[in-house]
Every structure is written in C-alpha cells, then in structure tokens.
Ligand binder design. Structure first.
Ligand SMILES: O=C(O)CCC(=O)C(=O)O
Length: 261
C-alpha cells in the first residue's frame, strides 16, 4: 500500500504548535545593512542597552520602515493575518557577546493594548541565532493557553523586567529556534517563550516585528508605532503615521534611501 506523507503548511503548524520557521528569507546585503543599523542605533543611543532598541526610535527612521515593509516579510505575515496589514511595534533585541540579558518566559499578549488580540510576531535573525548565543525558545502548544498576568522580576537582570509564573512553564518541552541570519520565526501572542543569556563570544541580534490586521485596534495612545503597510485600512480603527523622510547625514544611509525623500 502506498502512503502519502502529509506536509504541514506553515499556517497549519502555527495553528497546531504556535509557531513556524522560515529559513533564507532576506538576502545577505539587507541583513548586512540591518547589522550596521543596530551599530548605528547603539552609537546614537549610548544610554540604551542594545536589547532595548525600539519603540520610539522606529517612527523617524526610514531604514527601519524600509526593513519592516519588505515584501518578503509582508508575504509571510499575510499567511497568518491576511492581506490588510499594519505595524504595531518593532524592537531589536541585540544581545552583546558575553553580556546578553535573558528574556524570561512570557506571553506577549499580556503586555499589549490590542483589541482583538489578533497579531503575529515575525522575529528576523540579524545574526545566526543558536542555543549558545541565546536563541529564542518556545513551549509548543501553549498558544492555546489563556493570557496570564506577568510579574515584575528584578532577581535577575533581564530584558523585560518581568515574566510569567515559572510554575506554569514546562521547560522540558522547550524547543530552540535555530536560525541563520536572514531567517524568520513566527509566533502567536499567547505562546510561552523566552531566551537565555548570551555568554558566548557571538552577538545575537534579532528584530521583533509585530504585525496586526487593520481590523485590530491599538487601544492605548503611544503604545506602538502604527504604520499602514499593505492592503486596506479600516476607517476609524487606528491612526497611521506618515512614512519618515530620509535626511542625508542625519539618518543612516541605505540601499533605496531615494524612495524616502
Ligand atoms: O529576542 C528574544 O530573545 C525574545 C523575543 C521575544 O520575546 C519576542 O519576540 O516576543
């Protein structure tokens, strides 16, 4: 008897396990620019730890908008949230060599003022991301659990300053997201996930990008950086920011900056 192997689509895997992985999404030149962007941001913001580059820095940064608007990333987001897409938030979490802070176990949706909680995260590997340098780890299947309250945590230096009650986390079930630079992972807002400290000689930088369908309302002013990126906006749901204009000598130069003047 012949058996036909069934191959899950990324969406089927996401619905079953809460995540999907895509290798070789962005090309080496754009990833090199993203790596240079992180260094440029660090120079401009010496008071911020490199795990904290995001939020207010995004809206006036043409390269950032160019990167998160890349059609290859939007094509992935569209598989999970449909064709009408906006940005809610984006952060680089760049863990320096030997000194990268952990992200404690958490559920993203517990932090977010979104109604309904329809949102998908794409996590773009700017560096190779491995267990040694603190890659993302997830507990598969926990996307079906309800959102818990996150508790403040200062017993260990960590990126979020908070996390989920660890008695709710079955760490034996954790899997590592191993990605080459240019690869992308996708995860659900209820999925329990985190990452270990980086004590290795290799930087581990990832860019989190939170995409929402244009039917999702951002309910707190100033909570994100909302740009309309693809498809139709829904009148009365969100106000979207205008794309920033490139200013030579002020912004980081990048391939295609001419499209932002
Ligand atoms: O970059 C990391 O280590 C964690 C990322 C994360 O928690 C997220 O994207 O929600």
């Amino acid at each position: 008897m012949m058996t036909i192997a069934s191959i899950e689509t990324p969406l089927e895997q996401y619905n079953r396990a809460g995540y999907a992985l895509f290798q070789n999404v962005l090309d080496a030149q754009l990833i090199e620019e993203a790596g240079r962007h992180v260094e440029w941001l660090q120079e401009k913001n010496p008071d911020l730890r490199p795990e904290q580059l995001g939020h207010t820095l995004v809206s006036n940064d043409p390269f950032w908008i160019r990167l998160i608007s890349d059609e290859r990333l939007l094509d992935i987001a569209e598989q999970f949230i449909g064709p009408d897409i906006a940005l809610f938030a984006s952060h680089y979490i760049s863990k320096p060599a030997f000194d990268g802070q952990p992200v404690l176990w958490h559920q993203d949706g517990s932090y977010w003022p979104l109604e309904p909680m329809e949102v998908v995260t794409l996590w773009l590997a700017v560096d190779d991301s491995l267990p040694e340098n603190g890659c993302m780890r997830v507990i598969p299947g926990t996307q079906n659990e309800t959102l818990q309250k996150m508790s403040p945590r200062s017993d260990v230096a960590n990126v979020l300053g908070s996390g989920i009650d660890e008695s709710l986390v079955d760490e034996f079930k954790a899997i590592d997201f191993v990605l080459k630079a240019g690869g992308v992972s996708v995860h659900h807002p209820n999925l329990i996930h985190g990452s270990n400290a980086n004590n290795s000689p290799l930087r581990r930088c990832g860019l989190t990008i939170r995409y929402i369908p244009t039917t999702t309302r951002i309910t707190a002013k100033g909570a994100g950086c909302s740009f309309h990126l693809r498809g139709k906006a829904v009148p009365g749901i969100n106000e979207y920011l205008p794309k920033p204009k490139f200013i030579k000598g002020y912004h980081m130069s990048f391939t295609g900056w001419e499209r932002y003047i």
